[in-house]
Design a protein around this ligand. Structure first.
Ligand SMILES: [Zn+2]
Length: 244
């Protein structure tokens, strides 16, 4: 479970393979992927701790599908590292931290929102917590969304449109917001959250996740690891690799 290294898009964190992609960025220190250069994302920058594979994937499964709550502490430490990378750009008054919400039906089934639980763990004992105000009630997920597996990014955006609602607009009005989640797959979910938050008056939206799916190679740019959805019925592997 090592942090992501090598060339990644400065905006969305996608892996960059082509040296041209790196060199064609607005400047050499801020390389951007083709997607972010074509359409400016609704969030300012997304940071992830690690690649969504092997041990990290197991650990997230353990929490989400196995209900092993102590896994949230380890994941929280990783989320805290992702937040640290964004922190130098946060305004002096800090940011409002908003976990991606679950629909109430899902929340009842699972008994907890993993994004909120990980955010809690990330902020606990965080030296910067004075500048990170956790507000889990800002967004509401108004409808259950169909599985995103096999959908194009356009279809994913359409699938999520109208899925979130800002219920505490006064909390984000004129503020910068940090959206946190367990996994960033195509960014469709956090982008939709960013759209709703900006419409509610947020001046800027940042994104931090524990994991991110990354392109495997330039030749297989469109092939991504299968996304885990809440509908997943995969058995949860034992946590031998993660020491809990
Ligand atoms: Zn990008």
């Amino acid at each position: 479970m090592l942090p992501i290294t090598g060339g990644v898009c400065a905006t969305c964190g996608e892996r960059l393979f082509s040296p041209y992609a790196v060199a064609d960025g607005h400047n050499y220190s801020e390389p951007q992927c083709g997607m972010c250069r074509r359409i400016e994302p609704l969030f300012a920058r997304a940071a992830a701790y690690g690649s969504y594979e092997s041990g990290l994937r197991e650990l997230i499964h353990l929490l989400k599908f196995g209900g092993v709550r102590p896994a949230a502490n380890a994941l929280g430490r990783m989320l805290a590292e992702a937040i640290t990378r964004l922190e130098p750009e946060f305004p002096s008054e800090g940011v409002v931290v908003v976990p991606v919400p679950l629909h109430r039906t899902k929340l009842r089934q699972r008994g907890f929102n993993q994004a909120e639980m990980i955010a809690h763990a990330a902020l606990k004992n965080n030296p910067a917590r004075d500048r990170l105000r956790l507000c889990p009630g800002v967004l509401d997920r108004t409808r259950e969304t169909a599985s995103q597996i096999g959908l194009t990014s356009h279809q994913r955006r359409e699938n999520l449109r109208g899925a979130f609602r800002a219920v505490q607009r006064e909390v984000v009005q004129g503020r910068e917001v940090l959206v946190v989640d367990d996994v960033f797959t195509t960014g469709a979910t956090v982008s939709e959250c960013a759209r709703v938050l900006r419409r509610a008056g947020a001046t800027k939206v940042w994104v931090a996740t524990v994991a991110r799916t990354l392109k495997i190679s330039a030749q297989h740019a469109e092939i991504r690891p299968l996304e885990d959805t809440d509908e997943s019925t995969e058995p949860v592997p034992l946590a031998k690799a993660v020491g809990i």
